[in-house]
Structure formats: C-alpha cells, structure tokens
Ligand binder design. Sequence first.
Ligand code: F6P
Length: 327
Amino acid sequence: MSTALKRIGVFTSGGDAPGMNACIRAVVRAGVYHGLEVMGIRRGYEGMIDGDFMAMPSPAVSNIIQRGGTILKSARSERFRTTGGRQQAFRQLEEAGIEGVVAIGGDGTFTGASIFCSEFGTPFIGIPGTIDNDLYGTDFTIGYDTAINTAVEAIDKIRDTAASHDRLFFIEVMGRDAGFIALRSGIAGGAEAILVPETETDIDQLISSLKNGWKKEKSSSIVIVAEGDETGGAFKVADAVKQKFSQYDTRVIILGHLQRGGQPSCMDRVLASRLGVAAVEALMDGHQNAMVGQIHREVVLTPFEQAIKHHAGLNPNLLKLAEILAS
Ligand code: F6P
C-alpha cells in the first residue's frame, strides 16, 4: 500500500441516508490507522467551494455510528455544476493540502466527482450512500436497508387501520428513478400491488386485480407506489382507480422523508464501515475516479463512468414473486 498521501478529505452529498455517519467514522478511523490526516468537508460540494473544512481526529467520530443523518451535513450544489464553482473548489482543496477525497453519495455526487477528477486530477473515491439503492457497482447502497425497514414498519401500521376500516390504501414510497424501495417493502409488507418506474403501470390491470380481491372478500388492500412511477405518484393512481372502481373507501399516504431518517440498521452500519475503510485504502493504493461497492460479499471498484452510465436493475425474480404473492 502506497503511503504518499498525507491528508485526505471526506464529504457527504445528495440526499442523506442512514449509515452515512458510520461511513464517515470508518473513513476517519481508517485514515488514522494508516497515519493520514482526515479533513471533514461540510455541506458537500457547497462546503468544498467555500472551504468549509474541519480537522477530524479519531474522537471527532466517537458516538456517531448509531446516528442517522450526517454530521457533515449534505447539500445539492448548483455552483459545483459551473466551471467557476469547480475551480474555486480546487483552489480550496489545494490551500488546505487535501490530496485525495472520499465522496459519499449517489450518482449526482459521482457525476460531479468524475468531472472534477478529469479537470483537475484530484483523486476521488466514491462510496454509494443513498436510500434509493439505484447504483450500478454494488448490491446494496448505504441507507437502503434502513429505509426499507422504516417503510415496512409504516406499511404494517397502515395495514392495521386499513383492515379495521375496510379501506384501500395507496402508499407512496421514495425512489425518484427506481423502484427498489417499493419492491422490497411491498413484498415484505404483503402489498396487493407494487407500482415501479421500471415496469409500465397498467391502471386497468391494477383495477381488475383489486376487483378480484374484492370478489374474494378481501376487505382491505394496500398498493405501494414508487415516487418515480410514471403514473405521477400515489394521489394520481388513487384518482384513476377511484374513477372506475369505487367500492373501497380509499386513502393515500406519502411516506416521504420519514424514510431518510432514523438509526441505521446493523446491515447499513457494517456495509458503511467496510466501504469506508475500503475507500481510504483504495486512495492509498493510487486508485481514483471510481466507486467502492460490495458485490456478492466482496468489495469491488467500479469506475465512476460505468457507475453513472449503467443503472442497477430490479431483480425480475422479485417482481414475479410480488405478482405471485398478490394473487
Ligand atoms: O435520492 C434519495 C431521495 O430520497 C429520493 O428517493 C427522493 O426522490 C429525493 O432524494 C428527494 O430529495 P430532496 O430531499 O432533495 O427533496
């Protein structure tokens, strides 16, 4: 392992995800272990442009592994999309003596990192941190496991009241471009239907399957709608269904940002810890412009270019499973 690096930076960017703190902790602890200085960059690329840096010795990350959110805060930066913004960020990194950066976030974060790396040559290693699980190059992203467990807990609670009142609920879960949260939480929550952006939603087919349930004396039903479904979300689907099938008393609930908070699950903490250490070691080994992920339990590096270009797809077996279980 090369020891040429002396000081590295770490930041979180994009939508926060449970486990980001565990990941920051792992980056700091791995840095300290290998004799590096670690600087925290606050507010993602915004803080990089503003030089909002803080030294992070080992005690700076005590007592955070169990906390949701991110102690470094997060942001979506418009300024970093401009050449001027990136030039300023480069100057700030140079002035602070930061020679390599660990970026924890999603594909927007890695797109920015990839452009920055090619413009200025600063080595970046990315870590997948998003509840959406939509990144190529890893089986799971940090935050996804916690988010689906939060969603399932909510679905279970809604099922109680749905059953008590014989109602049909449309529950919208997050996932702007992907149905991972919808699919897993829907299966685990016993949903009657799951609508995801990856497959075309057929409202008539949805109505016919709800009618079948009604005929079989199913007194309540739950439909999970991914935020990014092309129908435009749970309210729109509910309206479309009600127009042609109004037997059920219907309610709509948007789980929203609730899914982004809370204590990270054991799985997210371990994944975050493993990838945090791997990212520091990848930087020390001279890697750059790539994301560390975990595939089939092994840590793998995927160039940003590929991680951004390809999209992780839903497992067709799970889609089929959901259909069988709802019949
Ligand atoms: O990328 C994670 C995510 O939670 C998406 O599922 C969601 O569409 C988006 O972030 C919401 O972003 P914001 O918090 O900026 O509204």
